[in-house]
Design a protein around this ligand. Sequence first.
Ligand code: FPP
Length: 263
Amino acid sequence: MLDKLIRKKGGEPKTDNADRQLLDETAIPGHVAIIMDGNGRWAKKRSLPRIAGHHEGMKTVRKITREADRLGIKVLTLYAFSTENWKRPKPEVEFLMRLPEEFLGTYLPELVERNVRVRMIGDHEHLPPHTRRAITRAMDETAGNDGLILNFAMNYGSRAEITEAVRTIAKAVAEKRVKAEDIDESMITDALMTAELPEPDLLIRTSGEVRLSNFMLWQLAYTEFWFTDTLWPDFNEDRLQEAIGVYQARSRRYGGVDKEDTD
Ligand code: FPP
């Protein structure tokens, strides 16, 4: 099926007209992580306040969650609010903190119906109580679901996450439960908030920015990256499929070499 993709020599496949038939259903990435960017610019282009962009972005979250579920993606991690986003104007922060309530207030029944499990990574404790309540309720109500995991990165920062993991391990060493020489990569992986999740296979960032912005720095070590100029509120099913088409055409070597190049 993949050979249907028209591959430019040495370059990315052309997937501008990506449609479902082009995707190899046996090679759908298990974990897709998305840095949802460009809400502010989307609003500005329409002479709307930035929060209008975030509200539209929330609708894209619904669209992409549905599509991820339909495609058979197992985990969808969405970077909804970073530890650095507190620096934004207070009304914008307050609006962003209301979005989980609105989203889950409206769509939780649909998520339950679709067997989606809601999870969160990030500093839960320092979220406003109303935000925390909405997320906790969604996590509780979907705890028994075993379909798509919809993982919100909310008040999340990768360096803070790694720092906390180091603290946990250092404490275990100080208490002599762990020997320093026994610390290995899997111990660090298990001390992160993503301990129960597979590493992302595909990272998408919208809006043309090409950086990680303190997102899953440890977990993305072998992830395929795909960047698009599309602003998050304009991101849709076709763009997600385009990203997956590109992902499927890449060869993941994890630092090794392709089989045909082993001589
Ligand atoms: C970055 O765009 C986007 C955010 C900081 C917020 C992302 C949040 C959503 C898309 C909605 C989340 C929905 C739920 C249900 C939690 P930006 O504002 O930095 O855009 P700009 O770079 O164009 O200014």
